[in-house]
Structure formats: structure tokens, C-alpha cells
Design a protein around this ligand. Structure first.
Ligand code: ZN
Length: 102
């Protein structure tokens, strides 16, 4: 059991390094201040399947600050899947035993 707290969010308890939650999909590294597509995407949170990585790989992944097992740090994550609605997310969470945080 991992304890995950995203900046400005409630502490979450997750059973693995996967979680389904609403989040803003990063478009690129420039961010909403400098990129119009980022600005558009920042307005809408999508329901996503997210995987955390606890060791950096050779791939460039988005990073965000999380508290995992009491340790604050910048962790890499990937958005593996975007669900079209809550029902689809719930069904997927049930089938795959993934923590749902909607
Ligand atoms: Zn962008």
C-alpha cells in the first residue's frame, strides 16, 4: 500500500503504482503560459489511468510533485489511458483492481 499525496490534493491510498483520477493532460513542456494548446488542455480535466515511476528511466516523462510513502519528491508518471466517461473508468477499475479517485 502506497500513500500518495499530490500537491494541493487530498492524500490518496493506492494499492499499486496505478491510479485512475481526473487530471490535466500535459501537452508539452512549455506549459500553459507559453503554449496555446497547453492552455486549451489545461481547462479540461480528463479521467486518466496513471502509472507512477519510482526510478527514472531513459524516457522523458512528465513529472509532478507527489508524496509517496511519506517521501515528497518529483516523480515521473505516464498517462496510459484516457477514459471517455466515469462508467468506463469504474468498469476498468473494477476489472483490474485499480484505485479510483474521481
Ligand atoms: Zn503545449
Amino acid at each position: 500500500m502506497l500513500r500518495v499525496k499530490q500537491f494541493f490534493c487530498e492524500e490518496l491510498k493506492i494499492d499499486s503504482d496505478y491510479i485512475i483520477r481526473r487530471m490535466i493532460i500535459p501537452h508539452c513542456a512549455r506549459g500553459p503560459r507559453r503554449c496555446e494548446k497547453c492552455r486549451i488542455m489545461a481547462e479540461e480535466k480528463k479521467i486518466c489511468l496513471v502509472k507512477f515511476y519510482f526510478e527514472s528511466g531513459n524516457v522523458t516523462r512528465p513529472m509532478d510533485e507527489f508524496v509517496i510513502d511519506g517521501k515528497t519528491g518529483l516523480y515521473e508518471y505516464d498517462v496510459l489511458k484516457i477514459f471517455k466517461d466515469e462508467n468506463e473508468a469504474k468498469e476498468y477499475a473494477r476489472k483490474n483492481t485499480i484505485t479510483l479517485d474521481l
